[in-house]
Design a binder for this molecule. Structure first.
Ligand code: ADP
Ligand code: MG
Length: 284
């Protein structure tokens, strides 16, 4: 992504985070940093602790041990004032239907800033801005339940944006959407990230990961791999070992590479792969 990432100070610093549910260690000694402006995507098989990790970051879960620093200050559920924290870290969940509160789109989006005591005129401004950011301005007076899944998720994102957070946290926000809804939501997230919002997202769609600045792989609660998408996808067999697939174009470039062709084994841009194949054909 073509944008600035400020690596001088992390938004989140996570030190030896552990979360146990009884005898189960859902998050097992995870240490990581997330920088301002970064888009970090978390992948891992079902039950690997992705949601629990994110819920700890967002004060929805209290860590068993370890610490989380947000902008250099230790946060701790339930001690940190949640309302204040939520103004900076907004969360979007999997099911768009569980995130709608009001019966009119603009009221739904106004709910967050209203709760924060934002003055009326400013709420109107924020609602308009948020709707515009997600490309849903013309739906301001519609009923949320009548929208498509992708539209609902974009309204949910607008609701979070109206709070003006610095960080957007998404837990499989596209998993219940059709391909068009998924694309619209991903395009929205990508654009917001380019405009400066830090993104931390869980997904099980490998093609979404290709847009990340950094990919983190969780397995049985442990952070087992992290790096740029290209670096991560080079390790196709290792990913398979963790029960994860690679995007199709990556799999194909791996095949061609294994067959002895001079091609990078982790190409995830379909157009780029096409260009490379054309180049190989014309070379021969
Ligand atoms: P993921 O999001 O990667 O699918 P989760 O973080 O939801 O994984 O879950 C990790 C593990 O923790 C799973 O084994 C899950 O059953 C368990 N778990 C998650 N939340 C709870 C809870 N509130 N109580 C007990 N076990 C939980
Ligand atoms: Mg989950």
């Amino acid at each position: 992504m073509n944008k600035a990432i400020d690596r001088s100070a992390p938004v989140f610093r996570i030190n030896h985070l552990v979360k146990e549910f009884g005898p189960l260690r859902a998050v097992d000694d995870v240490s990581a940093e997330i920088f301002h402006g970064e888009a970090v995507f978390i992948i891992g098989p079902s039950g690997s602790g992705k949601s629990t990790f994110l819920r700890c970051l967002n004060l929805l879960e209290e860590p068993t041990s370890g610490e989380i620093l947000f902008k250099g200050r230790k946060i701790n559920a339930p001690k940190t004032p949640v309302n204040k924290f939520r103004q900076q870290v907004g969360m979007v969940f999997q099911n768009p239907d569980n995130q709608m509160i009001a019966s009119i789109v603009e009221d739904d989006i106004a709910f967050g800033p209203e709760n924060l005591g934002v003055p009326r005129e400013e709420i109107v401004e924020r609602v308009e801005g948020a709707l515009e950011s997600v490309g849903m301005s013309e739906y301001h007076d519609k009923t949320p339940t009548k929208l498509s899944g992708g539209q609902k998720q974009r309204i949910a994102i607008a609701g979070v944006l109206a709070i003006r957070p610095r960080v957007l946290v998404l837990d499989e926000a596209t998993s219940m959407l059709d391909p068009q809804g998924r694309k619209d939501v991903m395009d929205t997230v990508k654009r917001l990230n380019r405009e400066g919002i830090t993104v931390v997202a869980i997904t099980h769609f490998m093609d979404e990961v290709t847009e990340a600045d950094r990919v983190a792989v969780l397995s049985e609660g442990e952070l087992v791999m992290q790096g740029a998408p290209r670096e991560i996808f080079k390790e196709k067999d290792k990913l398979h070992g963790y029960g994860l697939d690679v995007p199709r174009s990556v799999a194909l470039s791996h095949e061609l590479f294994s067959a002895g062709l001079e091609i990078e084994p982790a190409i995830f841009d379909v157009d780029e792969l096409g260009d490379e194949i054309c180049r190989l054909l014309s070379d021969n």
